[in-house]
Design a protein around this ligand. Structure first.
Ligand SMILES: [Ca+2]
Ligand SMILES: [Ca+2]
Length: 281
C-alpha cells in the first residue's frame, strides 16, 4: 500500500544551501546528511534507524525499532535555523506514521510531533499558507474514526491544521473556517451523489456523514450539519449517528491527543486513547 522509497525521494527533494549529502545516488543506504551542523545518519530502510548528532558528536535523536523513511528541511518558522521533518513508520500493513518537526538551532527543539496513524502518502503533510499571513500552516489528516464506524478499515479523512503560534505548531483546525467550509461542501457533495446513486451502503453513508459532520462541527455549525444530514440520509443511518453524538464528539476532540511537544530525545511521540466504537463492525 505504500511507496516508501519513492516518497522518501520526494521528501528529501529540498535541501538548503549548505547541506551536504554523502549518499549522492539517493539510495538511502547508510547515508549521512549534514544539515545546519547536525549529522543525520540514516540506515537502510529495513533496518530502519535514524540518528541525529550535533556538532559535538552528541546524539540528540535516535530512533530504532521503527522505520524512518524521510526528512525534509527548510526554515519553516522563519527563525533562520533549519527545521527538519522526520517521518517514522511502524512498518507492516496499516502501519502507523508519526511526523516530528524539529528546529535545528543551537538547542534543537520540537516544533510539533503529530501521531498521524494511518498515512503514508506524499500528501501526509502539506505546507500551505491558508490565511495569507506569510506563514505556512501544516495541513494533515486525523484518522480517529478509522475502524470505528462499522466498516473495518473505514479510513475517515478529517482535516487537521497546525498553525505556527508561540514558537510551535499548534492544532488550530477550527480557526480555518474558509478552508474547512470548502472541504465540508466537497465531502457533502460526494455523500449526496452516493446516496442518489445508491452507490454505497449504510456503513458507507455513515463515513461520508461523519466526514461532513466533523468538519461542520469544528467550525461551530453542528446544528446545521445535523439538520442537513437529516434531510438526505436514510432514516436509520441518521438515527444511529444522532444517538451516538456524544461518542462522535469524544473522538473528534481526541485529535488533540495526537499532538505533543516532547524533547527531541523523546521522539517519536505516541499517545492515544482507545475509544470503543458503538457501531458494529
Ligand atoms: Ca526554523
Ligand atoms: Ca498562515
Amino acid at each position: 500500500m505504500l511507496k516508501p522509497f519513492f516518497s522518501l525521494i520526494a521528501l528529501i527533494g529540498i535541501l538548503p544551501i549548505g547541506a551536504t549529502q554523502s549518499d549522492l545516488d539517493r539510495s538511502f543506504e547508510d547515508n549521512i546528511t549534514l544539515i545546519s551542523g547536525y549529522r543525520f545518519k540514516h540506515w537502510k530502510h529495513d533496518e530502519g534507524r535514524l540518528m541525529v548528532l550535533n556538532r559535538h558528536g552528541k546524539v540528540v535523536f535516535n530512533q530504532a525499532n521503527s522505520n524512518v523513511w524521510g526528512w525534509n528541511v527548510g526554515d519553516l518558522d522563519g527563525d533562520k535555523n533549519d527545521d527538519a521533518v522526520i517521518a517514522t513508520w511502524s512498518g507492516g500493513a496499516h502501519a502507523e506514521f508519526t511526523y516530528s518537526v524539529i528546529s535545528l538551532g543551537k538547542k534543537p527543539r520540537t516544533l510539533l510531533s503529530f501521531d498521524m496513524g494511518n498515512g503514508g502518502g506524499e500528501d501526509d503533510l502539506k505546507f500551505i499558507d491558508l490565511n495569507g499571513d506569510g506563514k505556512k500552516e501544516i495541513v494533515s489528516v486525523y484518522d480517529g474514526y478509522c475502524y470505528n464506524l462499522g466498516v473495518g478499515y473505514g479510513y475517515t479523512q478529517i482535516p487537521i491544521i497546525f498553525e505556527l503560534r508561540n514558537g510551535r505548531y499548534e492544532e488550530r483546525t477550527s480557526a480555518f473556517r474558509k478552508y474547512i467550509t470548502k472541504s465540508a461542501n466537497l465531502v457533502f457533495g460526494w455523500l449526496k451523489s452516493d446516496i442518489k446513486a445508491k452507490a454505497t451502503y449504510t456503513n458507507g453513508f455513515r463515513i461520508g456523514a461523519v466526514e461532513y459532520w466533523s468538519r461542520m462541527t469544528m467550525i461551530g455549525k453542528e446544528v446545521e450539519a445535523w439538520s442537513t444530514l437529516k434531510g438526505v440520509l436514510p432514516g436509520v443511518v441518521y438515527k444511529d449517528l444522532y444517538a451516538n453524538k456524544k461518542w462522535l464528539h469524544t473522538v473528534l476532540n481526541a485529535r488533540k491527543d495526537r499532538v505533543g511537544y516532547p524533547s527531541i530525545a523523546k521522539l517519536p511521540y505516541h499517545r492515544r486513547t482507545e475509544r470503543p466504537s458503538p457501531f458494529e463492525q
